[in-house]
Structures are given as structure tokens and as C-alpha cells.
Design a protein around this ligand. Structure first.
Ligand code: DGT
Ligand code: CA
Ligand code: CA
Ligand code: ZN
Length: 577
């Protein structure tokens, strides 16, 4: 039985294979849409199948429902296997290159036999790609640049994808009674935005049983090493995963070591040396005796340090701060009371205002800020002033329903290429707050882009800046912009800066978040949700906030509804005076 993420992946791949074959674009898109719908499904896919409800999902007809049912029940689909026989899987890899669509990938395969990124690099270097019809020097150059970008990012995956796999694997392993303690370490535990491989740590007296279970997990594609205390495997999505088994006494030391980062470890080891101690993955040893620790906190305390949360272990001053008792008290999930940048079916979201609000209420929140797209974003069904007024009437109607909850009226207003906003002032005045974002003309020079965003920040009606650089993790760098000037202007004009929780955005990135905090800028955690399921992306924004040393007071979402309303109207009041 396959779970929904696996089914979604397969549907997505079918869509892409069909694109590679040059099939009708609508048919291909139907698979991609179905994949998205399935991955965002609430509850267990099994129930949808058993109760024959799949066709109730928008975009899933009889035919697709049948295929999903087959996949769920048998784990296989003849159509998919046929496509995989027909076309090499390496072709899917080619599509990771920015600007290389299925048509071009197919041409490269048909005419030059390109079936992997390596082969593509080779034919580009030989100058063969430039000679193909419809390609040329410029395209060849772009492909080489894209390959260099992939080299730089390596085979990393998004935090959300790694987390999803890790959770499944750990849930399986935790069933073993031989396991005493289990924890995922490495970059995943530090909540880095991308993850190079999974590092799982277990304490047990019976390592053999743990290894046996591990290498036979259904997520495991290839076993690359199997030892008594360490095994390495490659998972279904190409990610490596290491499992280490230690004694329960060693566990805290191994947990600290394999959580890293490497740079943090090196500084910690140096600190231990100052105390005449030796710190490694097995223990903390002095001349005469070794120091015992029941958990990581004991290790830090032995070195006269406060406990350092994993998110801070990047050797950017956390050890000094821990020695001087001035670590931040990091913002927590339980402190979040709402969020501000969400889309509904009024623009390009999937759910209605009411569904989004109910989902926010189910999370225990007090408010949900809706910020649908503005008028010039036609592709996303942006709202013209007339529809803004209609949406506000609908929000007013809904808000009468609830006592301790409120939908806030926001907008995600486009920053036009010259830095003007997409609505006139009298329309901007209708909203509780205004998020401004860049959605077009990414190719401006750094100076032009900076001026463009500065102009928006200086606009008196603007409350917050959305996804500050436009990066897409593992796909493209952000646009060129002078972030130092942007942050300085945000501080001067009291504009709030968003941490966007979409798993492939996660910007402002944590290093700049830390900088923003030092400038006294208020930050906001936004899911940029396009469905009820995506509200939980606030969690990933929270990870970035914590890596950026933020405390409750630095984050708008920790305020109560009353405080938020006061804060927003004060900003507007200032703007009007
Ligand atoms: P990743 O996998 O690239 O996303 O990042 P990490 O941090 O998970 O790195 P990984 O998997 O290579 O190693 C896991 C941890 O093991 C790392 O964070 C710190 C520790 N570690 C690995 N190599 C070394 C090393 O050479 N020296 C020290 N002190 N620690 C190391
Ligand atoms: Ca790792
Ligand atoms: Ca590793
Ligand atoms: Zn948005």
C-alpha cells in the first residue's frame, strides 16, 4: 500500500513522462494537478479510496481515480512502468535545469542520446548542443551555467522532503523494542533549508536487529554499506541515509556530534580542551575519569555552557553567547496565534475564505490574514478594485460568525517594475494591511531592482515586504538586490519583513533574519498558503526564525488579535499623518 506522497510523486512523474513524449499538454497537466491535489489531501488516502470518494476531489475524474486506487492497493501501475521502460529516468533529471523544458530535453535525447546530466555536460563542452536546431550558442551557455548551479547545490533536497522521509523511516524503526533512544541528527535536526543526507542515531544493546530492519525498509532502494554499528543506504528519492547504533551511555555524545554542524563541533572540542577534556562522538574524557551525561544539556553544562538548541549550532556566536548566558529564548510553535499571507479561490488559491478560516481555527489561531493577488497579476487571477470590495463584503459577513476569531483583510500587492504599487492609494486604504512582493521582471540590474523595492518600502501604505529575493531553493538564485539597503530602509520606515514558509522559498534566509533582528526589524511568519493544507508551512518559516535567533517579541504572529489590530492601525495612522 502506497501512501499519498508516493502516489503523488508517481502521478507527477507520469505527467512529466507524457510531456517528454509530446502528449497533449492538458492531459499532462491533469496528472500534475492530480499529484498536487493528492499531496494536499487531508487525512488518510486509504479512506478516500475505500469510500470511493476520490472523484469528489476537484480535477480527479473516473480514470485518474481508478489509477490512484490501483496504485494504492497494488503499489504498481502498468502505464507508469511502461513509460519507465520507454524513456530513461535520467531524462527527469534534465528537467531540473532552469529553462530546460520537456521539448528541449526530448530533442537532446533523440538527437544526441543525452540521458543524464553528465552526458549533457559532455555534449555541451563538445559544442554539439549549439549546433542543434532551436538551441544555439546562448542556450548551450545557459545549460552550462545551469549545470554549474546544480554542482553547487549538489544532490540536496528540500527540508520538507527530507523530513517527510525521515518521519516515515523513524516511525517504522520506533516499533522495534530493541531500540532505546532514536533521533534524526545532522542538518535536518538543525532545520537547515536543504538537506544533503539523513543521519539517524539509535541506542540499542542489539544493533543487529536494528540494522536488519533498517536495510529492509520499503523506502530503501540500494544498500551501500552494512556494518555492525553503521549502515548506509540510498532512499527512493536518491537521498543517502546513514544509520548509527551506539550504546545508551554514548547516545548523548553521539547525538551532539552527529547533529553538528561540523564548525560548531570543532569549536566545542576546542572549548573542552580548555577544560583539559577530550570531546568526541563517544564521550567527554578527562585525564583520570570520563564525564557522564544523560542528555545533551549535561554535556553543555559540563563545559559551563547553557543548552544550545540545534538550530543555533552553526558556530555563529552561539558558544560565546551560551557561556555568557545570553542565548535568545527562541520563538516557539505554541506562541503562534495566526498568520498573514494566504490566498483563497478569489485569486489562485484552492480553498474558499471560509475553508481557510476554519482550517486556521482548527490550528487554534485567533486570526487569519488573507492576501490575495493584486490586479496586474492576471495569471493568478488578481483582484481588481471591484472584486476587492466584494471580497471585503464576504469577509465582513463571515466575521460575524465567530467570537474569538477574525479574518484580516490584506493584499499581496505587486511591486510594478518601476517600484509603483499595483493599486491606487484609495484602494490600499481599504485593507487592514498591505504585503508587497515582486512577481515579474526578475532580470533587472541590481541597482534597478534595489531602487524598485526601496520605492515600495518607502510607500506610506506598505506594511510588509513579501518573499524578499524571489529565490527558489535548488532551482534558481534570487534576483540581484542589495539586501543591506533593503533592510536598512525597512528599519527606517518600520516595514515588517516576511519569512516565507513555502518549502522551496524560505526567505528571508536565516543569516539575513539575524541581521534584521539586530536592526530592530519586526518579522512575520507567512505560509503563502494556496490551500488549507499549506497553512502548516508556517512551521518551516518558524524554523528559519529560530535559526535567525528570533524571540517571541521579534515575531508579529505571536501577538494576540487585539495587539495585532492595534499594531496595524498604529502603522496606518502614522502613514496617514
Ligand atoms: P548535510 O548532510 O550536508 O545536509 O549536513 P550535515 O550537517 O548533516 O553533515 P553530514 O551529514 O556530513 O554530517 C553530520 C554531522 O556529523 C555534521 O553536522 C557534524 C558531524 N561531522 C561530520 N564530519 C565531521 C568532521 O569531519 N568533523 C567534525 N567535528 N564533525 C563532523
Ligand atoms: Ca546529513
Ligand atoms: Ca551523513
Ligand atoms: Zn503569495
Amino acid at each position: 500500500m502506497l501512501d499519498k506522497m508516493r502516489i503523488a510523486t508517481i502521478l507527477d512523474e507520469i505527467g512529466t513522462f507524457l510531456e517528454l513524449k509530446g502528449e497533449n499538454p492538458f492531459r499532462c497537466q491533469a496528472y500534475h494537478n492530480a499529484a498536487r491535489a493528492i499531496s494536499q489531501l487531508e487525512g488518510d488516502i486509504g479512506e478516500w479510496v475505500e469510500q470511493k470518494k476520490l472523484t469528489e476531489i476537484p480535477g480527479i475524474g473516473k480514470d485518474l481515480a481508478q489509477k490512484i486506487e490501483t496504485l494504492y492497493k497494488t503499489g504498481r501501475l502498468e502505464q507508469y512502468e511502461q513509460l519507465r521502460r520507454e524513456l530513461p529516468g535520467g531524462l527527469l533529471e534534465l528537467l531540473r535545469l532552469p529553462g530546460l523544458g520537456p521539448k528541449k530535453a526530448r530533442a537532446l535525447y533523440d538527437q544526441l542520446g543525452v540521458d543524464s546530466l553528465e552526458k549533457l555536460r559532455q555534449v555541451c563542452q563538445e559544442g554539439k548542443v549549439a549546433q542543434l536546431r532551436g538551441f544555439g550558442e546562448k542556450t548551450q551557455q545557459k545549460i552550462l551555467e545551469g549545470l554549474a548551479f546544480l554542482d553547487k547545490t549538489g544532490k540536496r533536497v528540500l527540508l520538507a522532503e527530507a523530513e517527510y522521509l525521515a518521519e516515515r523511516i523513524c516511525a517504522e524503526l520506533r516499533k522495534l523494542k530493541e531500540i532505546i533512544r532514536l533521533e534524526v541528527c545532522g542538518s535536518l535536526r538543525r532545520r537547515r533549508e536543504t538537506v544533503g543526507d539523513l543521519d539517524i542515531l539509535v541506542s540499542s544493546e542489539k544493533p543487529e536487529a536494528v540494522m536488519e530492519k533498517f536495510v529492509n525498509l520499503p523506502e530503501v532502494m540500494t544498500v551501500t554499506a552494512r556494518g555492525e554499528t553503521k549502515s548506509s543506504v540510498i532512499l527512493e528519492n536518491g537521498l543517502n541515509c546513514d544509520l548509527r547504533v551506539v550504546s545508551d551511555e554514548q547516545f548523548p555524545f553521539a547525538l551532539h556530534y552527529f547533529t553538528g554542524s561540523k564548525e560548531h563541533n570543532i569549536t566545542m572540542r576546542a572549548r573542552a580542551q580548555q577544560f583539559g577534556l577530550k570531546l568526541n562522538e563517544y564521550g567527554l574524557e578527562g585525564e583520570k575519569k570520563s564525564i557522564r551525561a544523560k542528555d545533551e544539556a549535561d554535556i553543555f553544562h559540563a563545559l559551563k555552557l547553557d543548552y544550545i538548541p540545534p538550530e543555533l549550532r552553526e558556530n555563529t556566536g552561539e558558544i560565546e553567547a551560551a557561556a555568557e548566558h545570553r542565548l535568545p529564548k527562541l520563538v516557539e510553535w505554541s506562541e503562534i496565534r495566526g498568520t498573514f499571507h494566504c490566498h483563497t479561490d478569489w485569486s489562485d488559491g484552492r480553498n474558499s475564505l471560509e475553508e481557510m478560516a476554519e482550517a486556521a481555527r482548527a490550528l487554534g489561531w485567533q486570526y487569519l490574514g488573507i492576501a490575495d493577488h493584486s490586479q496586474s497579476l492576471g495569471v493568478a487571477n488578481g483582484l481588481d478594485p471591484e472584486r476587492v470590495r466584494q471580497q471585503h463584503a464576504e469577509i465582513d459577513r463571515l466575521n460575524k460568525k465567530w467570537k474569538n476569531f477574525r479574518i484580516l483583510k490584506g493584499t499581496e500587492c505587486d511591486i510594478l517594475p518601476d517600484g509603483r504599487l499595483d493599486y491606487p492609494d484609495e484602494i490600499l486604504d481599504l485593507f487592514d494591511y498591505v504585503v508587497v512582493s515582486v512577481h515579474s521582471h526578475f532580470n533587472l540590474s541590481e541597482r534597478e531592482m534595489t531602487e524598485r523595492i526601496l520605492r515600495a518600502i518607502e510607500h506610506p501604505k506598505v506594511t510588509m515586504l513579501g518573499h524578499a529575493t524571489g529565490r527558489l531553493l535548488l532551482r534558481r538564485d534570487g534576483y540581484k538586490v542589495d539586501l543591506d539597503r533593503i533592510l536598512k530602509a525597512a528599519a527606517d520606515h518600520q516595514v515588517i519583513i516576511e519569512i516565507n514558509g513555502q518549502p522551496d522559498r524560505l526567505e528571508l534566509d536565516w543569516i539575513h533574519v539575524k541581521h534584521a533582528k539586530s536592526l530592530g526589524i519586526l518579522l512575520v511568519l507567512n505560509p503563502d498558503a494556496h490551500s488549507t493544507a499549506e497553512l502548516r508551512y508556517v512551521r518551516y518559516a518558524l524554523d528559519v526564525a529560530r535559526r535567525g535567533w528570533l524571540e517571541k517579541a521579534n515575531v508579529l504572529n505571536t501577538r494576540t488579535l487585539q495587539q495585532v489590530l492595534k499594531n496595524l492601525s498604529r502603522r496606518r495612522g502614522q502613514a496617514k499623518s
